[in-house]
Design a protein around this ligand. Structure first.
Ligand code: IMP
Ligand code: MG
Length: 177
């Protein structure tokens, strides 16, 4: 059994997302942007963030999978990649839930570069620096966390907890508790 320990409340998330939107606004100004949303974990983060921006934004979706339960498999697979992915010469902002080992974002960034984007930046809600295996950096990061497994606000454990309005650590309960 698990219990949930709240790390960031809905109010704290809202405030941080506003700050990230400010940073992005300062960097891009009115320039048109292509947002690549990494399914499924980034859905709530991306929709909250993008509604705070006013420059023209096109949205694409991709879905990759590395995880089985709380352990990464170390292997990443593309499950979905929008077909009409027209990003040649464009400024691209990848929106992801969490930067963990970096394997997922590494693949996405390389593929976007190969497709001829003019620039690629990454915006992550969360980052776990302790677990990095590949040299990938996010340009915008919501919260830096320790090596802990978190759920909520899009993030799941075996498909559950995505719709929690807050971010919580998933703590294993001792047997019999
Ligand atoms: P990476 O390729 O190891 O960086 O993995 C990134 C993906 O792993 C994220 O998009 C999440 O789907 C998943 N992930 C990593 N850490 C967590 C976590 O603490 N909770 C839920 N999902 C996680
Ligand atoms: Mg994910």
């Amino acid at each position: 059994m698990h219990e949930l320990k709240v790390l960031y409340t809905a109010e704290q998330i809202e405030e941080r997302v506003e700050q990230l939107a400010d940073q992005i606004r300062q960097d891009y100004g009115d320039r048109p942007l292509v947002a690549v949303i990494v399914l499924k974990g980034a859905i709530f983060f991306a929709t909250d963030l993008l509604r705070k921006l006013t420059n023209p934004i096109e949205i694409y979706f991709v879905e990759l999978k590395t995880y089985a339960g709380t352990e990464t498999t170390g292997e990443v697979k593309i499950h979905y990649w929008d077909e009409d992915f027209d990003i040649e010469g464009r400024d691209v902002l990848v929106i992801e839930d969490i930067l963990d080992t970096g394997i997922t974002l590494d693949l996405i960034i390389h593929r976007i570069e190969q497709l001829g984007a003019h620039s690629v930046r990454v915006c992550c809600l969360l980052e776990k620096p302790a677990r990095r295996r590949v040299d990938v950096q996010a340009d915008y990061v919501g919260f830096i966390i320790d090596d802990q497994f978190v759920v909520g606000y899009g993030l799941d454990y075996r498909g559950k907890y995505r719709n929690l309005p807050y971010i919580a650590e998933l703590v294993q309960k001792p047997a019999g508790a």
